[in-house]
Ligand binder design. Structure first.
Ligand code: GRF
Length: 199
């Protein structure tokens, strides 16, 4: 039996696409749902084109009532019965209650070398700080924002003349390699196949 993976997105969904496309063959997981808080998220059409069920829970009608918004998210997730949840550019902060419900099952990708630069504008902050390198991190989600045990990182050199956009583009390339790799490892561990050779 394959593990079921739900992927939460807010935007273009390029990370979601790399995750979905990676779950083939003897991968122990398969996508079961792409869920967005934004009906205009470009990723929804990409998921649908791949035959993945999609759902939208618009956060706006809930006007700051996070618990009510999350109850609707939970209703969608309960229908899909995921074993693993991947946040992939999901731009809503989740409450401790929601996170605890999926403790040890929820992964996130963040565009910085955590613990550096939690939150937004990570590329600009790394350039402004004069850092020599930057990158991305996949971590388990805990109640604290962009915190939680690190499952994998990829590094990118910051070049002279880099802007937040040029740096973000190179980091995104690494995100697309890192997230599927970490999901594969995590899925193998979750399904008890940790002894299989790495891909
Ligand atoms: C990625 O850089 C991700 O790390 C960040 O938001 C971006 C999402 O891009 N949290 P996409 O929607 O996966 O294309």
């Amino acid at each position: 039996m394959n593990l079921r993976v739900a992927i939460l997105i807010s935007g273009g969904g390029s990370n979601m696409v790399t995750l979905v496309d990676s779950m083939t063959g003897d991968h122990p997981a398969r996508p079961c749902l792409v869920l967005s808080n934004n009906a205009d998220a470009g990723g929804l059409a990409k998921a649908a084109a791949r035959g993945i069920p999609t759902a939208v829970v618009d956060h706006r009608p809930f006007k700051g009532d996070r618990a009510a918004f999350e109850a609707e998210l939970l209703a969608e997730l309960d229908k899909a019965q995921p074993d693993i949840i991947c946040l992939a550019g999901f731009m809503r902060v989740l409450t401790g209650d929601f996170v605890q419900r999926f403790e040890g099952q929820m992964l996130n990708i963040h565009p910085s070398l955590l613990p550096k630069y939690k939150g937004l504008h990570t590329h600009a902050r790394a350039i402004e700080a004069g850092d020599a390198e930057h990158g991305c991190t996949v971590h388990l989600v805990t109640a604290a924002l962009d915190d939680g045990p690190i499952l994998g990182q990829a590094r990118v050199a910051i070049e002279p003349g880099d802007t937040p956009d040029t740096l973000a583009a190179r980091v995104l390339e690494q995100e697309h390699l890192l997230y599927p790799r970490v999901l594969l490892d995590f899925s193998r561990q979750t399904s008890g196949n940790a002894n299989m050779p790495p891909a």
